[in-house]
Design a protein around this ligand. Sequence first.
Ligand SMILES: *Cc1c(COP(=O)(O)O)cnc(C)c1O
Length: 375
Amino acid sequence: MQTIHMCDTYGQYLTMKKEIDAAMQEVIKSTQFIKSGKVLEFEKELSHYLNTHVIACGNGTDALQIALMALELKPGDEVITTPFTFIATVEVLALLGLKPVFADVDTGTFNLSENEVKKAITTKTKAILPVHLFGQCAHLEPMLDLAQKHHLYVVEDACQALGTDYIFSNDTTKKAGTIGHVGCNSFFPSKNLGAFGDGGAVFTNDEKLAAIVRSIANHGMKQKYQYERIGVNSRLDSIQAAVLSVKLKYFEKHIKARRYAAAWYDEHLKKIEEIRLPERVNYSTHTFHQYTIQTNRRNELQQFLKEKGIPSMVYYPGVIHLQEAYKFLGHGKGDFPVSEHLAETVLSLPMHTELTEEQLDYITRVIQEFFRKKN
Ligand SMILES: *Cc1c(COP(=O)(O)O)cnc(C)c1O
């Protein structure tokens, strides 16, 4: 059996090698490494897939920062978000002088709980920033209602959920990241659609906002050497765009492969009482950026898997409100108990598009063996 990887970027590349190599060579020959037609082409293709405006940028963290800058939030404005996420979600708020206000998550889905969001709203709240963690959407519809009632923006951190469908109560669907006022995505190599380096994008249905986002990502430029606002330098380079264009063609196939692996895990782990499987919901599909289980014997299980040659990861071992850098927010242990508990019990299993049945079979057998052993 081949070595099991947490994420198999190279194995996936080999399945598209000819096309990717040719696309990269084309960029090298053109020497248009920055701001070429390749970037615009990729934006157009993704825009078609998502049915929204797409503005490419340097990475997912930049996408979040640019999106928040475009909404013209003012220092001191409060933004409600989750303490159980990647640091970037909260970091950009702090960098812009906005106040991160945490609301706890739901145990089964790892995503912001709408009831906790409701409790966190004050007269200073200006936006809600849900994260679609591990590839499944947060419960957006009630948050959109809250946002409308309180005149708030909804900014989606969709960095882990490209391709996921949100299902509204009237059965219409929209892609993750295209539902709120603005959505943010990352093309970090291990993400659902991964580049061979950094990349990101901002999504919005609002044409005016799209133009502002594009200007901010390009030094606040209006036309050449005329600057209408203070911006940043954040761009997707042409080689990344060329790689992403090839990979986008196979994106649905890749999502299917992730779902196949997830279904295998579900089927072969469901009888183990000491494991809680990732919960599925009727308002979202799942693209399994990660397949994350919960168990009170997390550290022990991780060690056992490691001894058997199976990688696993803890996303995330620490909650943000207890990180040293965010002490200034004045939180203590016990403030967001669900998130804190998750940080101690979650374990993400190998998840990528190249997992074979033989590998999946081995992984689930080893996990079964672990739980058959006495504590
Ligand atoms: C990956 C990620 C980001 C940041 O993306 P980068 O491209 O690494 O800057 C932000 N939020 C979440 C939830 C992520 O998973």
